[in-house]
Write a protein that binds this ligand. Structure first.
Ligand code: NAG
Ligand code: CU
Length: 326
């Protein structure tokens, strides 16, 4: 018979997340903080280590929120990673424990971002991988996307290709931590899919790869000992789409100053903005969103978030046209 203490401990272990491990959990669009409203939050901050698993698409047990974040093609998005859910402070590293490796971002065009399973084609739109440290002794001393991410309080900014066809996409942000990648199956892959709706007048449909399939356990960017000196590092997966971008490892916050001054990023209560849903959307209130005090939360034609932040209630100030959080 299981004692109460054993049951309680088991329950605790499943909810308590491992220190150092991390999840991408928030999304900014052109400097507007959407928080976790359109992020498929993974069930835990543990990595995926089997590159042949379907979990490689959007992580294990991830949620599917009702909301999508609207993004204009060509605009800048910022993906944000932290060790613990909803801890957006800059006090601890975004991903700790010398979990060095590349940061990469993919997209997949889907019929509906809230229901897509990620089995369709993916194209890479961004990477920040590796750079040689001339005075360093090993790969640990080198420049890595993860070091840039950590300098930016967990944030990495990148452009959504301007030429993309409009429609729903999954946006997949990924860190591959290589500290134990010297043996097969040792690389730790951390990914989150964000549900976005891209607007614009482009028509490009880039060539794609699939997950699983795009990575092999023996890829030189996945099976690699970074505690030895590295002459080069070959990031796994396809090359970055021509309309995408790369960031030079070692450039730290360059390109994301607006959202990631180290040590001065958003607090745990960073405000979120409402999500414009696609036509026919029924309000973003189920997406884990929050409306700031005095902002709109309802009224005729309003399709945004309807949940007020703590301490405030949604009140009809000018019925039926306008409700706000008071
Ligand atoms: C580069 O190597 C030197 C010497 O080991 C080290 O002090 C420095 O921190 C390294 N730079 C990075 C970005 O790790
Ligand atoms: Cu780890």
């Amino acid at each position: 018979m299981k004692s109460f203490a054993a049951v309680a401990l088991t329950a605790l272990c499943t909810v308590q997340n491992v220190a150092a491990h991390a999840t991408f959990q928030a999304l900014w669009v052109d400097g507007a903080d959407f928080g976790g409203q359109c992020a498929r939050q993974p069930a835990s901050n543990s990595p995926v280590t089997n590159v042949a698993s379907n979990d490689l698409r959007c992580n294990a047990g991830s949620s599917r929120p009702a909301a999508k974040c609207a993004v204009k093609a060509g605009s800048t998005v910022t993906v944000e990673m932290h060790q613990q859910p909803n801890d957006r402070s800059c006090a601890s590293e975004a991903i700790g424990g010398a979990h060095y490796g590349p940061v990469m971002v993919y997209m997949s065009k889907v019929a509906d971002a809230t229901t897509a399973d990620g089995s369709g084609g993916w194209f890479k739109i961004f990477q920040d991988t590796w750079g040689k440290n001339a005075t360093g002794a090993s790969g640990d001393d080198d420049f890595w996307g993860v070091k840039d991410l950590n300098k930016c309080c967990g944030k990495m900014s990148l452009a959504i290709p301007a030429d993309l066809a409009p429609g729903d996409y999954l946006l997949r942000a990924e860190v591959i931590a290589l500290h134990t990648a010297g043996s097969a199956g040792g690389a730790q892959l951390y990914m989150t899919c964000y549900q976005i709706s891209v607007t614009g007048s482009g028509s490009a449909t880039p060539p794609t790869v699939v997950f699983p399939g795009a990575y092999k356990a023996a890829d030189p960017g996945i099976l690699v000992n970074i505690h030895a000196a590295l002459a080069t590092y070959v990031a796994p997966g396809p090359t970055v789409y021509a309309g995408g971008s790369t960031k030079k490892a070692g450039s730290a916050c360059s390109g994301c100053e607006a959202t990631c001054a180290a040590g001065a990023g958003p607090s745990a209560t960073a405000s979120t903005v409402s999500v414009p849903l696609p036509t026919g959307g029924g309000g973003g209130g189920t997406g884990g969103c929050t409306v700031a005090k005095y902002a709109q939360c309802g009224g005729n034609g309003y399709t945004g978030c309807t949940t007020c932040g703590s301490g405030a209630v949604c009140s009809a100030v000018s019925p039926p046209y306008y409700s706000q959080c008071v």
